[in-house]
Design a protein around this ligand. Structure first.
Ligand code: DON
Length: 598
């Protein structure tokens, strides 16, 4: 594995490392678990002392709505919007702007994201507000004259790492189409938080202290996000962001114009000029989020609604589910060797396809139907055998006839009518490119690294890409973000999603199966330990304790390379609708994530 991958993955996951302890449940639990829903998951482990859970946290319940986000203040903002008569979209938009203030590592207005919406009548929509390569971007912009990666100009740091941001246009479009409250009302909580300050959690304080050297390097004359040049933030101290408040007020008054034109645009372009960035006014004018048809498929009796390209998430999730569907996972048990083996083999094949076939559908046709075709998947599975792990080197992206060849944040929302929203948004790395727009107070993304900057060269998540994801002017970079909604018998059942770079898809896959096959509550499903395989490198990483020693021995005998890691995998924030209609919130115990039921 290359050192850039290791270094950056560890930076991305610094924010995800948490202590494996039983944490007190400080949440706003408004309802007790209904008696008829007691007694979900019985864990039978060969080691009676082992626990399958990262830590134990109580579920949160709500009858009228549920908001889950990675910061308690942002979740509360969403819940308050519901209480003021807002719907799930109002709550989602308000929470996203609040996250841009209280969780600057990933909440953003300088980045982009994806939104999956299922309304109370079962109609689904997806909104792509992914960043775009600027018009002056080009295929080899990070390569030297010998087509080698240029030294000193990473695709994941500094001004040249940014794509044209999509969040403000996307959130405005979502609100315009489906919101109920006024734009002014949904923006106000974020403005207040920026203006009056927010109390730092221990995690947020640590994040800001860790990123300080990079912030100083890329913003030498500024002190954004810094207490002083020398002092460190402590938990409970107040972070005030006056310039960001001013920018948010312009967005509140003028909508997208308050960001893509006028004062904010001027400051953004000046910042680009100062640091050698290439975003132009034309890029800002041309940025528009796109409504796309959801990727929809079935797993047994469940309907899965997820994000289409330029995210790989929806297609990959459905491929994974289709590969494992024929097997008796429930009977085999959670993380038994057979269950794990078919999941890893599915992941190996799916990530190979991702690398070969997926990219921005506005630039090259993505063979979506073919990738999900039953015959195609059957052929891809032909070389699987229980006796021996398949070698990733011989698994290539599948052949399709007729074709040539850490920091993100997820939040989930449901209102009392059953409208549901699943949003994953990102700056890419923790605190993005580390460039703060001077005078406007927001961080820019480093999403250009999600392109394949050179065929076969891994990005910071170790993902390898090819032609389909090569850089081109105005193209969207491929993503792994997998905001997903699940239906059962025509009714809302789950809202799912997580950050975690390449591990997003496999985390959503596991939490889905934990509920659908292993009868876990949503909180158990989220807290259960996770593992990850992505074809290349050919190894499975897992959270310490995810497998029993016996399972590890049996898997290794069959040729699987399995390594435990201290860093956590994913940060799932999910909702389950219980049979009586109560919403159960599962906020990941691995970080500050908080469910607020209403
Ligand atoms: O779009 C993507 O797939 C990545 N930019 C997501 C990055 C991410 O999840 C970082 N979080 N730890």
């Amino acid at each position: 594995m290359n050192s850039k991958y290791l270094l950056t993955l560890s930076i991305c996951f610094l924010g995800l490392v948490a202590c494996k302890t039983t944490q007190p449940n400080s949440q706003n639990t408004t309802l007790q678990k209904p008696a008829e829903n007691q007694g979900f998951y019985q864990f039978t482990n060969e080691d009676p002392n082992a626990s399958p859970f990262f830590a134990k946290k109580a579920s949160v319940y709500g009858k009228n709505g549920m908001i889950i986000a990675t910061h308690p203040v942002a979740s509360q903002v969403g819940a308050d919007i519901l209480k003021q008569g807002g719907n799930a979209i109002d709550a989602a938009v308000s929470t996203q702007f609040a996250l841009a203030v209280v969780h600057p590592a990933a909440g953003n207005i300088g980045g982009g994201g994806f939104l999956v919406y299922r309304d109370k009548n079962g109609q689904s929509y997806t909104l792509d507000y992914r960043e775009k390569a600027p018009e002056n971007a080009s295929r080899d912009m990070y390569l030297d004259e010998n087509k080698n990666i240029k030294a000193g100009q990473p695709s994941w740091l500094g001004h040249l790492a940014s794509g044209t941001p999509g969040s403000v246009d996307g959130l405005e479009q979502a609100h315009k189409r489906f919101g109920k409250l006024s734009w002014k009302q949904v923006l106000q909580p974020a403005i207040d938080l920026a203006e009056n300050g927010v109390k730092l959690t221990a995690r947020e304080a640590r994040g800001l202290n860790n990123v300080k050297a990079d912030l100083l390097k890329y913003n030498p004359t500024k002190t954004y996000f810094m207490k002083t040049d020398t002092a460190k933030w402590k938990e409970g101290e107040i972070l005030i962001q006056k310039d960001l408040a001013k920018t948010l007020r312009l967005i509140q008054e003028q909508g997208r114009k308050g960001f893509y034109e006028g004062e904010t645009a001027k400051l953004l372009l000046a910042e680009m000029k100062r640091g050698g960035g290439i975003i132009t006014q034309k890029d800002l004018d041309n940025y528009h989020a796109v409504w796309r048809e959801a990727v929809i498929g079935n797993y047994k009796n469940l309907k899965v609604i997820s994000m289409p390209p330029p995210s790989s998430g929806g297609i990959a999730l459905l491929q994974l589910l289709k590969f494992v569907e024929p097997y008796p996972l429930q009977k085999w048990g959670w993380h038994s060797d057979s269950t794990t083996q078919v999941m890893i083999e599915a992941e190996r094949r799916v990530y190979a396809d991702r690398s070969k076939w997926l990219g921005d559908p506005d630039f090259a046709k993505v063979p979506q139907k073919e990738l999900l075709d039953a015959e195609y998947l059957k052929k891809r599975w032909q070389d699987f055998q229980f006796a021996q792990a398949t070698d990733s080197k011989i698994v290539k992206g599948g052949d399709i006839i007729g074709y040539e060849s850490p920091e993100t944040t997820h939040s989930s929302f449901v209102d009392k009518e059953g409208n549901a929203v699943s949003i994953t948004t990102t700056l890419n790395g923790s605190y993005g490119s580390k460039v703060v727009v001077d005078g406007a107070g927001f961080l820019m993304n480093d999403e250009m690294d999600d392109f394949s900057i050179k065929p076969g060269v891994p990005n910071v998540y170790g993902l390898i890409g090819n032609e389909a994801n090569a850089i081109a002017a105005n193209k969207r970079m491929l993503s792994s973000m997998t905001p997903t909604i699940v239906e059962k018998d025509g009714k809302l059942m789950m809202v799912l999603g997580t950050p975690g770079g390449s591990t997003i898809i496999t985390s959503v896959f596991q939490v889905f199966l934990n509920v659908a096959e292993h009868q876990m509550s949503m909180q158990q499903a989220v807290d259960a330990l996770r593992f990850h395989h992505q074809w290349m490198p050919d190894r499975t990483t897992f959270e310490e304790g995810a497998f029993t020693e016996k399972t590890l021995i049996r898997m290794r005998e069959r040729g699987y390379k399995l390594d435990s890691q201290k860093n956590t995998i994913g940060r799932m924030d999910c909702i389950l609708v219980l049979p009586d209609g109560t919403y159960e919130g599962g906020a990941d115990v691995r970080a500050d994530d908080t469910a607020v039921g209403y």
